[in-house]
Design a protein around this ligand. Structure first.
Ligand code: ATP
Ligand code: LTN
Length: 344
């Protein structure tokens, strides 16, 4: 894993790269292993071959209640974490969504492109909103803002976990609809969803997605967990009484073991089936998996502490990223407004 030297400056975009990657993560809590294996690991890898835009989507986070102080803290911790896992601002643009007002502005144009029926079909809204009258309106229109995030940068590829597939399909539909109605304005983005690791499950309830804002911390591995905590959580991870290691995706009886094998496979690049063949019981599988996780996570924790020791530089780096992003976003927004007949 490539670790960034402290607070390097941004470099001008490499014009030879035709692949443009964009993705976002909410500063809603400390990121989990699910976030890493489903998306963040690919954010780092994509930097080798693409022009990358990575944003901390604070406007998306406030679609549910956030304490202002905690939100600030989570935003800075998340920025430090992204740098610590290897996001390199010499090769990528790392920024805060709310610092680039074009996101909210194109978000409104996207709300004027998407239909009520389309937003009503989004499964994440149905799960998170739970039909309550106190659900925020922005949670409903959330996918329109996500489409704006993507389309502002003429993105070609979006690395995300499986839970975002439906939102991404909607972003593609909106780009096509807008282009057909108002003339060619946006690139139509492709999803990049990993074959292994697209949906990491909760260690205590392996039928539920591991989620950073879940209250049940014992089912989550946070990227900042200590070695002891990682080992304890893996040891206590729910399995089954069979004590036979094999990979059987889709079988709810084996959901716990499938999840451990998936985590191991996504982490090492090995096929979960091949990993299963190396073990005759759950104990050794868990021990080796815990060691592999600790090796990956240990350097990240200490790097975050180092980066958070100088918030002034960290904030300056994010502002620099936001300015660079805005230079691109403002052009797309102007084109979209003009295409719609809004005088700019
Ligand atoms: P929250 O619990 O606050 O909704 P989250 O854990 O679902 O957060 P997001 O910030 O919504 O995380 O997502 C960041 C990225 O991580 C997205 O690309 C998402 O698809 C991916 N991701 C989230 N959870 C998982 C998971 N369990 N397995 C694989 N990928 C995941
Ligand atoms: N909706 C996503 C976060 C997100 C995103 C984006 C991902 C906001 N804007 C643009 C990819 C591209 C989520 O909840 N994980």
């Amino acid at each position: 894993m490539r670790i960034l030297s402290k607070f390097s400056n941004y470099r001008i975009w490499d014009m030879t790269k035709t692949k443009r990657v964009l993705s976002g993560i909410q500063p809603s809590a400390t990121p989990t292993l699910g976030n890493y294996l489903g998306a963040l690991k690919f954010w780092v890898e994509d930097q080798d071959e693409a022009d990358c835009y990575y944003l901390i989507v604070d406007l998306h986070a406030i679609t549910v209640d956030q304490s202002p102080e905690v939100l600030k803290e989570h935003t800075l911790n998340l920025a430090a974490l992204l740098l610590a896992i290897g996001i390199d601002t010499k090769r990528s643009t790392l920024f805060i969504q709310s610092q680039v007002p074009e996101h909210a502005q194109l978000g409104w144009l996207m709300e004027s492109t998407v239909t009520f029926g389309e937003l009503s079909r989004m499964t994440q809204f149905k799960e998170k909103g739970k039909g309550s009258n106190t659900t925020r309106a922005s949670l409903f229109t959330y996918p329109a803002l996500m489409a704006a995030d993507i389309l502002l940068y003429q993105t070609t590829h979006v690395p995300v976990g499986e839970d975002q597939k439906q939102h991404l399909e909607l972003a593609r539909d909106l780009a096509l609809r807008f282009n057909n109605r108002y003339g060619d304005t946006f690139k139509v983005p492709e999803p990049e969803i990993p074959k292994v690791g697209a949906r990491i499950m909760d260690l205590q309830d392996p039928l539920r997605k591991m989620s950073k804002s879940s209250k049940a911390a014992s089912g989550n591995i946070y990227l900042t967990d200590t070695a002891d905590s990682v080992s304890r959580k893996i040891k206590r991870a729910v399995t089954d009484a069979e004590n036979k290691v094999y990979f059987d995706p889709g079988n709810p009886q084996k959901a716990g073991v499938n999840n451990l094998l998936t985590i191991f496979g996504a982490l090492t690049g090995d096929d979960p089936r091949d990993i299963a063949e190396r073990y005759s019981g759950y104990g050794a599988l868990k021990d080796d998996l815990a060691n592999a996780l600790v090796d990956t996570l240990n350097p990240i924790r200490s790097r975050i502490v180092e980066l958070r020791s100088d918030d002034t530089s960290l904030i300056a780096l994010l502002r620099e990223g936001s300015a660079k992003a805005q230079a691109i976003a403002s052009k797309t927004l102007r084109n979209a407004k003009e295409a719609m007949g809004l005088i700019s």
